[in-house]
Design a protein. Sequence first.
Length: 480
Amino acid sequence: MNCSTPLEQLTVLLDRQRRAFERDPVVSAETRIDRIDRVISLLVDNQGALCEATSADFGHRSLHQARMADIFGSLTSLRYAKKNVRRWMKPEKRKVDPPLNILGAKAEIRYQPKGVVGAIATWNFPVWVPLSPLGGIFAAGNRCMVKLSEFTPHTSALLQQLIAHYFDPEELVAVTGEQEVGAAFAALPFDHILFTGATSVGKHILHAAADNLVPVTLELGGKSPVVVGRNADLKKAAKAIAIGKALNMGQVCLSPDYIFVHHLGMNELIAEIERAFAELFPTIRDNPDYTAVINARHHARLQSYLDDAREQEGEIRVINPAQESFAMQKEGVHKIPPTLIIEPKESMKVMQEEIFGPLLPMKSYQHIDDAIDYINAHPRPLALYLFSDDEREKERVLSRTISGGVTVNDVIQHISCEDLPFGGTGASGMGNYHGIEGFRTFSHARSVYTQSRINMMQLMGMKPPYGDKVSKILDSMIKK
């Protein structure tokens, strides 16, 4: 392309996809399934290279976690969409009010492709984030342009190459580049934009989309709390929390961000969490299962949170079973051991910012309502996690708080249920995808009304010139 600016270059790609869509707006189930199948083949055939690329980008990343989250996680979404696409595509019948319904009038919803979807991916799951939404995007019959993260150059370069091999650019094309490219991408007049990333960036995406009146789905983050009930099994809760926090070592939008536990159980839960992490990672520095922080910038950010907590006299518990030194690590590797911050002050950075790393503040409560009130006084989180077998306590927390999603007696797992919508609310995002909600997000729900052969408006005289007959009919219709 002989275009001078990123916006001009991207516009050429968008125009090409839009013209292709306009030539073939009726997208068969077979075409949709074929596109999904090719994403599946891309993942299965190249899983080793993709996982190695993510590890190169992180300095070190657990290859098993990459296969579980990035590869298998994407396949789950894609296979579910493939299985259900024919059913989702069928027109949905709606009711017609009497007497028109008995006279032959019909109403239905037809789900049409929106056209071209722009998907902007983030770095923490550099395969899952850009590829898993393609299940819903392709099931809905759309074409797609994907902006890959500049913070994972190895994975993004490989994905761009693979997408070009498996897809015609009129169907799916991947774009790479720095901030200037990202800004130009968000400014394109797509038919829908899906953005996954930080809340601060999401605001800019929404502003850019507004200029073109583009509908937007924002999958953001926030501080997802864990509430441990008064009589919860603390050992089970600790194991679940540790395993959840170990995923990508907290670099997950759904990662537990802080814990609320009854004050009488605080010390026991601390001990159980320390024990659980030690069982998962008896060593850390050279442990292949322990994922590093993505880069030096984010490592410095997390260290600044710890420095701030120390300056404010916070109690910090570093979980380092082998007592290893992290002062001099391999080049490009930035590991931080799991670290608890006990009873943090509200002024600490760990309580003000989304952590996105292996730090975990722990707060106590006297009554469950203390935890509820604290959660409600802060921006709505993407997820809430509750450990409790007390039905009254569970219902109290669920009914009195608002979050994007909830997992009870575990963490993060609600995202693995493909039949549940995934999305945030308020500062944690807007809109949903996954399952049928994803299909509907990326579809236009077109209302189609077919009138009966009998024109009731004309039969009842409800047309100009109006007179007493119409007045009497309206009097009979408008009443308590």
